[in-house]
Ligand binder design. Structure first.
Ligand code: F6P
Length: 344
């Protein structure tokens, strides 16, 4: 049951502010779509913060829970045995209320009542957009950690959850290839990615996709039909086209229909959907989550609020929260070229 913790202040008395640090109690929340590895990050934040003498309060259900005051103290045991679990033990949500000034004012009141001096936000660009405003309006120190399967956050090479998601998509593509080969079929496999093609590009390369449809490349169904036709004429009997969903699930059905109308190719469509969000995080995601969680606490302690902690070329990178959603992260153009070279 969520607890309205500020009513229980006497049960969890404030520790005296540590000299020179000014940071005593930090809050942590996960927001937006869940991503495998978020739990590993929560664990790292809690344990590193406790080891530094800070108190940590877990806020449930993202900004929606913050507005409702769903929060409580966390100890080392509260994050035991979660490193291997997908999802987020704190729960998450998308909160329309928080996008309003009134909603954020409620959240700010609660943050102050709870005596929270610093916040760790784990989420994607929408989370950091809200976090930027929250910081401006509350003055509370806020740091972000990129946690989204989409990998579309500026300021980090990889976001927590992406590696697991592409491996999940890859496993599905491999399985589809078995049946595509057996039946001599054309398949359209739709992957997630919000409005970007990161998941499609990397799972497509790893899965040997014949073609990719991603939002970063203007769609050209005539060209796709010509390329498929050419490869069937060369003797190919099956093909997999990986399609990015682009906001709305079902994009692959539309493309399959257009290909049928234009070139007469029959096909099957497989939408991977939320399967890509679940599952045990890969080692990569667990390690990245642990490193970034620890770095987030360090950043708060060192007065680096207002930044997102990412990893660029293997090194921890600080990016102003505002840049994480205002600037656009580009796809690796070499990888895009590679797809063209490799498609048989
Ligand atoms: O941001 C993660 C993500 O899974 C996107 O890839 C997808 O577009 C969206 O969330 C789906 O959101 P929801 O689960 O709220 O439908």
């Amino acid at each position: 049951m969520p607890r309205q913790i500020w009513e229980k202040k006497e049960v969890y008395p404030f520790r005296a502010l540590r000299e020179g640090v000014g940071m005593n109690r930090i809050g942590i929340l996960t927001s937006g779509g869940d991503a495998p590895g978020m739990n590993a990050c929560i664990r790292a934040v809690v344990r590193v913060a406790l080891s530094q003498g800070l108190e940590v309060w877990g806020i449930r259900h993202g900004y929606a829970g913050l507005i409702r005051g769903e929060m409580g103290p966390m100890d080392r045991g509260s994050v035991a045995n979660i490193i291997h679990q997908g999802g987020t033990i704190l729960g998450t949500a998308r909160s329309p209320e928080f996008t309003t000034r009134e909603g954020r004012a409620l959240a700010i009141q609660i943050i102050h009542k709870a005596g929270i001096d610093g916040l760790v936000l784990i989420g994607g660009d929408g989370t950091f957009r809200g976090g930027t405003l929250l910081k401006e309006e509350s003055g509370v120190d806020i740091v972000g950690v990129p946690g989204t399967i989409d990998n579309d956050v500026y300021g980090t090479d990889y976001s927590i959850g992406f590696d697991t998601a592409i491996n999940t998509a890859l496993e599905a593509i491999d399985r589809i290839r078995d049946t595509a080969l057996s039946h001599d079929r054309l398949f359209f496999v739709e992957v997630m990615g919000h409005h970007t093609g990161f998941i499609a590009l990397e799972s497509g390369i790893a899965g040997g996709a014949e073609e990719l449809i991603i939002p970063e490349v203007p769609e050209n169904i005539d060209k796709l039909c010509r390329q498929l036709d050419a490869s069937f004429r060369r003797g190919k009997r099956s093909a997999i086209v990986v399609v990015a969903e682009v906001e709305q699930p079902g994009n692959a059905f539309r493309i399959a229909q257009e290909v049928r109308d234009k070139a007469g190719f029959e096909s099957k469509v497989c939408i991977l959907g939320h399967i890509q969000r679940g599952g045990s995080p890969t080692a990569w995601d667990r390690i990245l989550a642990s490193k970034l969680g620890a770095a987030a606490v360090e950043a708060l302690e060192n007065g680096k609020g207002g930044h997102m902690l990412g990893e660029i070329n293997g090194k921890i990178a600080y990016t102003p929260l505002k840049d994480t959603w205002e600037k656009k992260k580009e796809l690796d153009s070499d990888l895009k070229e590679l797809v063209k070279l490799l498609s048989g």
